[in-house]
Design a protein around this ligand. Sequence first.
Ligand code: PGA
Length: 254
Amino acid sequence: MRRPLIAGNWKMNLNRADAVALAKGLADADTSVDCDILVCPSNVYLDAVSNAISGSGISIGAQDVYFEASGAFTGETSTSMIADVGCTYVILGHSERRHVIGECDMLINKKVVSALAAGLTPVLCVGETLEDREAGNTQKVVESQFDGSLAGLTEDQIRKTVIAYEPVWAIGTGKTASPEQAQEVHADLRKLLADRYNSETSETVRILYGGSVKPANAADLMSQADIDGALVGGASLKADSFAAIINAAGVAAA
Ligand code: PGA
């Protein structure tokens, strides 16, 4: 069975004191459910948050990473640097990096490969814009991001990868995909995994949903057959709402 993963993407929010307080609040929260918990603060607070969650069982990840090992890449951070401050995960290809910063599948693919080589778990995001959805292109867009961003991965590597379906129109907008809309794309992704690899691999890979996940909609989303957890933005910035989402996932998985 796939163990649920609830990941908090803190984006470019919080200061050092607030990030540490949130991490400690989560470490102390009553989340005695059987699922993996991940927080992804800004790079500059990785070390501080890593210390704050030490011993709690909560994992820490970065929101992005560069693919080169070291050298003259001003402003970038390498996989070994984030691993050095405790990261075991890294979010890659988030829609804000694709659409605001302008990252393409080829670059994201290099990052995925480099993260896996460093022993990190990539959380690879895919998702269509509203325009794509309205034009009936959701499946096509998601398939092309899947093939481009995950190109060349071996069966062993894809099994170590987490996929996050995040419809761009649902991110930070308060508009959530309905559980049925989300499930439809998750099922398509699982079919792609079976097609490009095999059915056993497809049943192994965790596929998270992201886009305005809140305590009120988490249980319904998470009870869908192919939704294995959530990538949460806004609602991960408060310990009580993130803990409520974690507990909803635990209930749905039980
Ligand atoms: P949101 O963000 O929960 O605020 O919609 C999700 C994400 O971007 O990962």
